[in-house]
Ligand binder design. Sequence first.
Ligand code: ASP
Length: 438
Amino acid sequence: METIVVKFGGSSLADADHFRKVADIVKADPRRRFVVASAPGKRGDGDTKVTDLLYRCCDAAAAGGDWRGVLAQIEGRFSDIIRDLGLDFPLEHEIAVIAEHLASGKPRRDYMASRGEYLNSRILAAYLGFPFFDAEQLIRFTPRGTFAEGATNALLSKTLGGAACGVIPGFYGATEDGTVFTFSRGGSDVTGSLVARGVGAAVYENWTDVSGMLFTDPHIVADPRPIEYITYRELRELSYMGASVLHEDAVFPVRKVGIPINIRNTNRPGDEGTWIVKQLPQGTRTRTVTGVAGKRGFCGIQVEKAMLNGEVGFIARILDIFAECGVSIEHCPTGIDTVTVIADAVGFNAHRDEVLQLIRERMQPESLIVEDDLAMIAVVGHGMVAARGVAARIFRAVADAGINIRMIDQGSSELNVILGVNGADFEEAIRSLYREFR
Ligand code: ASP
C-alpha cells in the first residue's frame, strides 16, 4: 500500500476541536500512516502561538525573571486540549521536567521551543492511538547545530521503515548525544518533507488553514483564483517574491525524489488544494501564467558612464563593492552605458554611504542615481516558454493601467518575468496582471 505523510500546522492543532478534525482526516484514508505535528498555534486573532510562549518563557528564565506564569499559560493550553479530548496524559510530569530545565539557570532556547511540538505530538499520538516517535532520534543535527541530511535520511528510513504508523513532532531534531536544535520558524514543514522522503511516500500532504495557494495576494486582489498545480521551480520563484505557503527549505527533500506536495485545508477537507509537482500530469491544462507575487522595499542604484561596455570587468567591480560592503543584490539589469543594481532597501541603506562612496572612487561614474521605493513583481509560469507574446501582454496590461515600468528582467529559464515599478504603483500593477492572466 502507498504511504501518505501528513503534516498539520499549528492552526490545525490549536485546540481540541481541531484535533477532532485532524483525527477524521487521518482516519479517512488508511494510507495516511505518518503524521507530523506542529505546536498549538493561534486560536483566533489576539491569541499567542505556544512556540512564542515557549520562547518568552525561556527568555524570562534566562534574564532571571518570572517564567512560572508563562509556563502556567503553556500548561493551560495543553491541559485544555487533553481535558476536552478526555485523554489520560502525564502533563504534570512533562511540565515538571521543563520547569527543572528552566530552573537550571541556563535554559536553551531551541530545547524550550521544541517542547511545543513534542507535547502536541505526544497528545495527538495518544488521541489517534498511533505510536510516538521522538524527532530527537530521527532528525539529526551536528554538534554545531547544522542539519545532517544523510544521517537523518538513514535514521528515518530505518526507524519508520518497519513501523505501521506513527506521530512525529515537527520543527526539531538533536545531535547524537541528545542536544536539541530546531529548524527556523515554520520548520515543521521541513520535518514533514524529510519524513515523506525517508519513508518513500507517494504524497506529502501539508494541512493548513487555507485551501492551497492563490494566483496572487488576496489582500491586493479580491478572491483570486486558486492554483491547482504548480511546479517546484515555479513555487520557488513565487515564494522568493513573498508568496508564502510553505517553509522555503521544505521543498528540497521531496523535490529530490519527485514526491508531490499537496497543500490542504483542515477546515475544508473536501477542497483539492494545491499540488506542487515536478511536472503537470498529462492532460492538465497548462496556464500561461501560474501566479504573480511581489515585494516592495527595493532600491535601484544606477551607475552611468560613457563607453562602459568597453571597460572589461566594469560590472564585476561594481558588484564587488556591494559584496565587500555586505549588501546582497537582487537583480542587475544593464544597458550600453548604464548598470543598475537592485538591492533590498534595508540592506542597502545600512551601508548606503559606504557603497556610494566606493562607487564614486573606483568607478568614476558620470552619474550615480539612487531610486528609492521600488517594488518588484514576479510573473511566474512555466507555460511562458511555449506561449508567444506573453511579454507583450504583461507590458500592455501594466501600461494600460497607466503604470511606468522601471525595470524588466527575464529569468534565463523563461519561467519568470520580473518587473520593477514605483512602490506607489505596486498594487495596481498586480491587479492589472491578474485581470490579464487570471
Ligand atoms: N511551531 C514552530 C513555529 O511556530 C514550527 C512550526 O509550526 O512549523 O515556528
